[in-house]
Design a protein around this ligand. Structure first.
Ligand code: ADP
Ligand code: MG
Length: 305
């Protein structure tokens, strides 16, 4: 491959020919142009992943790129949106790295039928990806972290603590095992997010920086107190493979955290949601054990702390 433009063509544009039905001008122009069908709203989110920060430098780059795209898609899942497009800015140390990252991106686009609607390709001394994702929502409907109500149950869709466990194992030199697979292969809960929206759930977010930290964002946004029950966390399947502290603060889980009225319990159980607590008057998160608050010092991830 010669230069930047041949690389873009060969590694990205040719390999993801899929074009969403609402796209008027796709990849190849200075901007992509899309119609928004009547009755729908557009959901957009962006995420950045940097080698050495978001993934360990010894992780294969195709895996790292897949993780980056799937982490971005998790934000659409949290809104209840149907994922349609991605725009990819990729920074690569060399052509080998670019090729490897393109392999991961192409795989996720194929898996979720996503249009690669545009991007930017840059050579620099670090490998990183910025992924912008776009999706469609029924107009006037979106899950939001602002909509929890006192009396709601708190639910988890997906596992927590396995990714942090997998990372720890990877850093200790292991290369295989359930938790390492979980850490490497993020599963954005897209179908679950859409199902929540369709069943009438209002309040949801995805957990990327640790259950407690993200729950505190939801509590503040909704102005409700979230009481999470330690006993319920210990009954989750993932507790067999990790520790309570990693479940509470490990991060990179990409599970969905939602709240819903008690009347919706049966529907949520059908979605394999796991009930972990309830919403109260207040605006903070408490970990509860037999009716008493458990004092906590653990925190989630903060890039600037
Ligand atoms: P411009 O100079 O207008 O920013 P570029 O030369 O960076 O355009 O890119 C040419 C075309 O290729 C644009 O349509 C852009 O969206 C697309 N593109 C560039 N890099 C990527 C990439 N990594 N993945 C997908 N599309 C890309
Ligand atoms: Mg450019």
């Amino acid at each position: 491959m010669k230069g930047e433009f041949q690389a873009i063509e060969a590694l990205f544009r040719k390999r993801v020919p899929f074009c969403h039905e609402t796209t008027y001008l796709s990849n190849g122009d200075d901007a992509s142009v899309h119609d928004i069908p009547a009755g729908f709203s557009l959901a957009i989110s962006t995420d950045t992943a940097v080698e050495g920060v978001h993934w360990p430098s010894d992780m294969p780059l195709d895996v790292a790129a897949k993780r980056a795209v799937c982490a971005a898609l998790s934000d659409l899942a949290a809104m209840g949106a149907k994922a349609c497009w991605i725009w990819l800015s990729v920074v690569a140390r060399d052509q080998r790295a670019l090729q490897d990252m393109s392999d991961g991106v192409v795989e996720v686009c194929q898996q979720y039928q996503l249009e690669l609607a545009g991007g930017d390709t840059v050579s620099a001394a670090v490998n990183m990806l910025n992924v912008t994702v776009g999706g469609l929502l029924p107009q006037g409907k979106a899950l939001s972290r602002t909509k929890a109500l006192v009396g709601d149950d708190i639910w988890l869709l997906g596992d927590v603590g396995l990714s942090a466990q997998g990372l720890e194992q990877w850093l200790n030199g292991d290369s295989a095992g359930d938790c390492i697979t979980f850490f490497q292969h993020i599963q954005p809960q897209l179908e679950q997010g859409e199902a929540l929206l369709n069943m009438g759930v209002l309040c949801c977010m995805d957990i990327s920086d640790g259950l407690l930290q993200d729950a505190s964002h939801l509590a503040a946004a909704s102005q409700v107190g979230l009481w999470i029950e330690q006993e319920k966390l210990k009954r989750l399947k993932c507790y067999e493979k990790t520790s309570l502290s990693k479940m509470l603060a490990g991060g990179e889980d990409y599970a969905l955290l939602c709240t819903a009225p008690v009347l919706m319990r049966r529907q949520l159980l059908q979605l394999q949601a796991q009930r972990i607590g309830s919403c109260h008057v207040g605006n903070a998160v408490k970990l509860m054990h037999q009716g008493q608050e458990v004092k906590l010092e653990i925190q989630g991830y903060d890039h600037f702390a």
